[in-house]
Ligand binder design. Sequence first.
Ligand code: ATP
Ligand code: MG
Length: 298
Amino acid sequence: MQLPRTTPVFVFVGQKGGVGKTVTATNMAAAIAQETPTRPLRNVLVIDVDPQGNTERALGAEEGGEGSTVLTIADLLLAYRDGFSAEIPDYPLARTAVPGVTLAAGGNALDEIDDELGAAGRATVREWMKGVIELLAPQYDAIVIDTPAAIDALTMGGILSADLVICVAKPEDSFVTDALDKVDSYLLDLADQGQAPPMVMVANEAIPSRTQYKLVNEIITADEFPSLRAGTDAIGAITGKPSPWIAQIPATVHLRNGARNGEPLVIGRRSGTEAGRKLKEMAETAMTIATTRTEVAR
Ligand SMILES: Nc1ncnc2c1ncn2[C@@H]1O[C@H](COP(=O)(O)OP(=O)(O)OP(=O)(O)O)[C@@H](O)[C@H]1O
Ligand SMILES: [Mg+2]
C-alpha cells in the first residue's frame, strides 16, 4: 500500500499583484531549509508558476533557457502530459544561491502550458500539476509554490496538493477581500469534495505597532470567510489565540534588497531584524501546521 505523502506543500496565493507573495514565499523556503543548532540543512523545492519568473532573481538561481540543461516547471508538466512520469524525479532543476533550496522556475515556457489549456482543459492541467508535485515530493523536506496574482489552473493544481494555503495581503480591508476573492470560493468547492487544505493570511508591509496588530485581527475573521476556519483553528492550537493571521511582516528595505540581490533576508546579515524574525517564525508555524496535518492523514 502506498503511504500518503509526508512532504509538506505550501502554496502562496493572493489575487492582487505586488503584495509580496514572491518575497514571503522565497524567504519562507530559505528559512525552512536553513540549518539551525538543532536541525540539519533541509532540502526545499520552490516551484514558480508565475511566468514573470521573479523567484529566479530572489533566490539567485542559475539560469535556464536556451543552451542550459536546467528544466522548468513547464518542462515537467509537458513531460507528465507525454507520459514520462518515471523520469521526472531525475530531471535537473535550477540550483540557487540559497543553501538547500532548488528551483523549478516558471518563466516564458509557461505560455506553452497556457496554449495547452484550450486543448486539455483546466481540470487536466490541474491534475498534471498535482501529479508532478507528487512525483517530486519524496526528494524534498518541503515544497513551496509561488503563484501569479490569479487563481489560474496551475495555482489551483498547487492548492489541490497543498497542506497549507498562505494568502498574502496588505493589512487593509479592501486588499484582504480582494486577495481572498476567488481563492475563498475555490476552497469552498474543494471543501464540498472533502479535500480543502487549511488557509491562513499573511499581513505584509504592515506597520509594526500594537494598534496595527489589533486592526489586523479586526479586518477579517473566519466567520466572513469560512475557508479561513481550519487555518484559524490550527493557529489557535499552536498559539492559544485563534486567528487567521500567521504573520505580520513590517515594511523594510532589507526585504526588498534581499529579493533584488538573490539573498533572502532570513539568511542574510539582517536576518535578526523584525521582518527576518517574523518570517522565520512564520516558517516554523507553517511547518508545524502542515506536519500535524500530514501526520493525521497517515
Ligand atoms: N515587507 C516589505 N517591505 C519592503 N518591500 C517589500 C515588502 N514586501 C514586498 N516588498 C517589495 O515589493 C515588491 C513586490 O513584492 P513581490 O514581488 O513579492 O510581490 P508579488 O505579490 O509576488 O507580486 P506579483 O503579483 O507581481 O507576483 C518587491 O519589490 C518586493 O521586494
Ligand atoms: Mg510574485
